[in-house]
Design a protein around this ligand. Structure first.
Ligand code: NOJ
Length: 947
């Protein structure tokens, strides 16, 4: 045969060995194909070549400055085109956040004319704050201002903050205690493209390179009519002395962001934020993806700061680092310089000066809202594929999970369950009895998630479409009159415009049980394709000159589109049960923006069943977590393709550490429910899923903390150890909430061992066999297929539930195990948060919040109450009073514990004894002891004395 192999055959054989899928780069713009990005990058290049002689034509008019009640206002003049007035506002919030907003007077007052008789609004879009921000941000009335020699200094904040504003050229330094932390316009790249009339060129006269894309822009056969002409805003932001920046999801890249202006190992393109359905996206890339959160954090030893660039328009961010001179005599660190470029809207930036990550997360959460406290079932395991083909299929999968003793909470229905891709309907043949199917699931407290996308089939016999079009609730085309029509799953479709409050009210009503016939209170929703994805649109989305409610162009609001939709769905689900009976809705969204954390979970879209995509998921989830949206996951198993059994198994072990844990697969992928994998894989996957279930109390406690303080659920090293520079770029291991659990799930093929980095000299114990590690640094650990590298940092108490059940709902009243990982100093503490896991009763105080403390010195474990108003928890405590601690495991104790046979337990006025069993650790493993059934209640104060 070999002699007869033709080159074509060889090529096709070789292509089988290559990864089958590849993103189509030509479908998405590079910076140089995006007019405004190209113009601003070119400006940066000119600045770079001009060196010290470069300046920016922006001057603050000192005479116009006024500081009133914590808000500084004034005028910046762009000294071109006869002078363009740019109103400046600097708001100094009481919590220490500063906000700098720059507008354009002539657009604000409407003294401009639009081309093509466009109905679009004339102003720069100022509505992003209505979507992204929450709360009432009071300004600091005591802020003061002083101007000397062309520099105005505003003193504000809780910690000697200063904004030092240089008038000419305009720039701002943000200082704390006299030290500069963040600089705006350090490199003079500020640019506000002012409105100008189009001047027709004389015959034969060519537009300049810049002007080429001022008035219209064509890409992939679509022309953007740009009725307002060029209108980008750009600013450079420098972080002096900070050599790591993180955040600005969503990109398939490392947690510590790489540079984007070329050079070895760097990108050549800026990070792009333009929510898009990127088919077969690649790893290690600054390309845009489905969601965007323009929040960036900078880290240097002992200090964290952040900036939030509030724009809903297409945005590009360049990152470069000034190199350290190896011969320099000083020890000055590298700095990071960033360049932010948005197509339209206000220039609107928030500055968060730290001092540490916890502070920055709290401030960012105070701005955009903390992540919602999810229902317990939604942080358990979800089983999805495109598609479960019928109600019998669903019931069969449900039964098989039970047969193989694998817990799961939710089964999902993708688009095929509908009647011809008409959302809110069921296929009459395959899903003829949706209610009875949901009832079957409910028997084991399981739920159903059904997909509802924003594209509505263009079909006048479909009530949803008919009503939406008749009421004018669809997005309009560029003329602003006609409903926009494009292609998606149903074929010709219309898109609901959730920027319209009336459309939102209508959308909410569609979830009512008398509208969404066949849905029950156990049904929750998946919002997909909400970038929005439009198969025949420019860059697979909507034309930028489409018109939304209020006559805003799609260009202005694009990155918020997905959030406007999932917010509406969330509200619809919340009200459908009727007032007083609300349960916490679960909505999964693919597209997101700053603020999405308040109402949804996200996943990283259509990844591939290969090792690079498995590796890529953790850095992406870590980035999402630090950008305030920690309820995040990736398709377990990989969406496209068929994972090997090893890959699938490793993916489950990794997925057990995703805040959102769901197996999903493409319609063409082979069935891969975990029980199909065969042994030993089924058992290993079962163990991974059970590990997730046993740690649900710890996960839920971490979600609770995220919902109150904004602390990420998966915590990167730099968050936990901000002085340990060796950890700043680590993104393949992380801590789980405040539990001290350090995980490094295996994401590499054929691994039998791996190297784990322990960031301090505290003792670390292997979670499973209690092998101890005492030294800071890298340690090789075994990682055979059935092993997940997971460690307990000494000093923590971890709550678990160890009884295997079929779903999390069935674990509600199960007893707890407390694992005490004793620190080198002989202490440990931990927190447990519990509530009913589904309603809003916790908001009225119906929850348990305990602090556990252990000290070797007095040999006692204590449970104390963290609930500030215990009386409000009385009824809930009554319901939970029989829930007890059934086991206490103490890891890392001395040999003298061998002599202990009983411990003394005290709860209220009662005292009793419980048995303790000691086991000596051999071969580098810690000694442990187990207290069997101390019979203490999870609702009460108690102590266990080991002497
Ligand atoms: C695209 C989503 O990313 C994927 O998860 C889903 O299965 C398909 N749409 C079909 O709905």
């Amino acid at each position: 045969m070999s002699a007869r192999l033709t080159p074509i055959l060889i090529l096709s054989f070789l292509s089988l060995l290559q990864p089958a899928q590849m993103v189509k780069h030509e479908n998405f713009k590079t910076c140089s194909q995006s007019g405004f990005c190209k113009r601003n990058r070119a400006l940066a290049d000119r600045a770079q070549s001009a060196g010290a002689s470069w300046t920016a034509p922006y001057e603050l008019d000192g005479k116009t400055l006024q500081l009133k009640d914590g808000v500084l206002t004034g005028k910046i003049w762009k000294t071109e085109a006869g002078g363009i007035e740019l109103p400046l506002e600097v708001s100094l919030f009481e919590n220490g956040v500063a906000r700098v907003t720059i507008d354009e007077a002539q657009r604000r007052t409407g003294e401009i004319t639009l081309r093509h008789d466009s109905k679009a609004r004339k102003e720069r879009y100022d509505g992003a704050e209505k979507w992204a921000l929450v709360g009432d941000h009071k300004c600091q009335k005591t802020a003061t201002m002083e101007t000397k020699e062309g520099v105005t200094t505003v003193a504000y904040g809780p910690d000697n903050y200063e904004a030092r504003i240089t008038h000419k050229p305009f720039s701002v330094q943000f200082l704390k205690g006299g030290e500069v932390y963040i600089v705006f316009n350090d490199r003079n790249l500020i640019n506000v493209e002012h409105w100008r009339p189009k001047i027709e060129k004389a015959e034969g006269e060519e537009p300049t390179e810049d002007e080429e894309t001022y008035w219209e822009e064509t890409f992939g056969g679509n022309t953007d009519s740009k009725p307002r002409g060029p209108e980008s805003v750009a600013l450079d932001i420098t972080f002096p002395g900070y050599d790591h920046v993180y955040g600005i999801p969503e990109h398939a890249t490392s947690l510590s962001l790489k540079e984007t202006r070329g050079g070895e190992g760097n990108y050549n393109e800026p990070y792009r934020l333009y929510n898009s359905d990127v088919f077969e996206y690649e790893t290690d890339s600054p390309m845009t993806l489905y969601g965007s959160i323009p929040f960036m954090q900078a880290q240097k030893k002992g200090s964290t700061v952040g900036v939030f660039w509030l724009s809903a328009a297409e945005t590009w961010v360049d990152v470069i680092k000034t190199k350290q001179n190896p011969h320099a005599l000083t020890t000055e660190k590298a700095s990071t310089q960033t360049h932010w470029i948005s197509e339209s809207g206000l220039l609107d930036v928030f500055v968060l000066l730290g001092p540490d990550a916890a502070w920055v997360y709290r401030q960012y959460g105070e701005l955009t809202g903390f992540t919602t406290l999810p229902a317990m079932f939604s942080i358990a395991y979800h089983q999805c594929r495109w598609n479960y083909v019928s109600q019998d299929d669903v019931k069969d999968v449900d039964r098989k999970f039970d047969k193989f003793d694998i817990p799961y909470d939710v089964i999902w229905l993708d688009i095929e369950h509908t009647d011809g891709k008409r959302y809110f309907t069921w296929d009459p043949l395959t899903f003829s009895k949706p209610e009875s199917m949901q009832k079957t699931l409910a028997r084991r407290d399981r739920k159903l998630v059904a997909i509802v996308d924003p594209h509505i089939k263009n079909d006048e016999n479909y009530a949803v479409d008919k009503e939406m079009v008749a009421k004018g609730f669809g997005v309009k085309d560029k003329g602003g009159e006609k409903v926009y029509e494009g292609w998606c799953w149903p074929g010709s479709s219309h898109w609901v415009d959730c920027f319209n409050p009336a459309a939102v009210d209508w959308w909410k009503s569609l979830f009512k049980f008398d509208k969404f016939i066949g849905s029950t209170p156990n049904l929750w929703i998946w919002n997909d394709m909400n970038e929005p994805s439009v198969f025949n649109g420019p860059e697979t989305t909507m034309p930028k000159d489409n018109i939304h409610h209020g006559n805003w162009e799609h260009r202005d609001v694009h990155n918020i589109n997905g959030m406007s939709f999932h917010n509406a769905t969330y509200e619809g689900l919340k009200i459908r049960l009727g007032s007083g009976k609300e349960r916490r809705p679960f909505v999964l969204t693919r597209s997101f923006f700053a603020g999405s954390q308040r109402s949804a979970a996200m996943w990283t879209g259509d990844n591939q069943a290969d090792w690079p995509h498995l590796q890529q998921a953790f850095p992406m989830l870590l980035a999402n977590g630090i950008a305030g949206f920690p309820f995040a996951g990736a398709d377990v198993g990989g969406f496209f393709g068929n994972p090997s059994k090893e890959l699938l198994t490793r993916w489950y072990q990794a997925g057990a550490f995703y805040p959102f844990f769901r197996g999903h697969a493409h319609i063409d992928a082979k069935r891969r429910e975990p029980y199909l994998a065969g042994e030993p894989y089924v058992s290993i996957i079962r163990d991974a899923i059970r590990l997730r279930y046993s740690l649900l109390p710890a996960w839920y406690t971490a979600f609770h903390q995220a919902s109150r303080e904004g602390m990420p659920i998966l915590r990167p090293h730099f968050v936990m150890f901000p002085d340990d520079e060796a950890g700043f770029a680590i993104d393949d291991q992380f801590f789980l909430g405040g539990t001290g659990l350090l995980a490094k799930p295996i994401v590499k093929e054929s691994a039998t061992k791996t190297t784990v980095y322990f960031p301090d000299d505290q003792v670390y114990y292997d979670y499973f066999d209690h092998t101890t590690y005492h030294r800071k640094g890298h340690h090789e650990v075994s990682a055979a297929l059935e092993e997940i590298p997971l460690f307990m940092r000494g000093g923590h108490i971890i709550p678990r539930k160890d009884r295997p059940r079929r779903s999390s709902g069935l674990m509600k009243y199960d007893p707890y195990t407390l694992v005490i990982a004793v620190s080198s100093e002989g202490t440990a503490d931990g927190v447990l948060y519990v509530d009913d896991g589904e309603t809003y009763a916790h908001q009225s105080g119906a929850y348990i919040h305990r602090a556990f403390t252990f000290s070797y010195g007095d040999n006692t474990l204590r449970s104390g109450n963290l609930h500030p108003e215990p009386a409000k928890a009385a009824a809930y405590n009554k319901d939970m009073r029989s829930v007890r601690v059934e086991r206490i495991v103490i890891v890392g104790i001395g040999k003298e514990w061998a002599a202990k046979k009983v411990v003394e337990v005290k709860q209220g006025s009662k005292t009793w004894k419980a048995k303790i069993v000691y086991t000596e650790g051999k071969d580098g493993k810690a000694n442990t002891a187990v207290v069997r059934d101390p019979k203490v209640s999870i609702t009460k104060d108690w102590s266990v004395n080991f002497t």
